[in-house]
Design a protein around this ligand. Sequence first.
Ligand code: 13P
Length: 250
Amino acid sequence: MRQPMVAGNWKMNGSSDSVKELMNGIKAGMGGVNAEVVVCPPFVYIPSVADAIGDSGIKLGAQNMCDQDAGAFTGEVSGPMLKDVGCEYVIIGHSERRAMYGETDEVTAIKYGAVLKNGLKPIFCIGETLEEREQGITEQVVGRQIDAILNSDGVASLANAVLAYEPVWAIGTGKTASPEQAQEVHAFIRNKIAEQDKVIAEGLRILYGGSMNSANAAELRSQPDIDGGLIGGASLKAEDFLVICSAGQG
Ligand code: 13P
């Protein structure tokens, strides 16, 4: 049985006050959740969120990481630093980083390897654009993105990783993939991994991301190959995030 996961990607949002309020709200509702709950704040708020987490059982993640451990890399944050402040997970390959910060398949693979080398767990994001979906090449694109990490680190590396299928056209648009559309791609991903290692594929958590919210979470989470969600906008409101974290499993 795979333990479901719901991770909040706060992106570049928040303030000292709002982060405190959000964490208080999430902690107050942890009794009802049926998933491993992860929050991924902006770097500057990680230490205060780590303090707020206390013994609540909430896990901490970062949204990005440098592939180098230390040195003259102005503006970057390393794996050892993230470990030092209590992170367990790191989001790698988010479509916003691919589209706006030039992160190629090659870069995402290097970062993925660096996360693992530091004893952290990647939440590795993949997903097609609207144009690619309309061209009918979704599986080709997602397959290529996964091959980047399979070729560099091997299928066994997925034992310590989580995948997140985030169709780019569904991110922040209010256009969620239908449960059937999402399930179809999740099944493709699991089958692809199973071609190399059935046990790893069966244990691998594959999250859905893209306008997942309190209204659609239960149906998405009930799909057999959807093991939870990576949540953007709706993770900024404790009440909405908690509904997603507690949504029934099918
Ligand atoms: P939204 O939930 O805001 O669509 O964002 C999804 C996402 O990009 C999570 O990483």
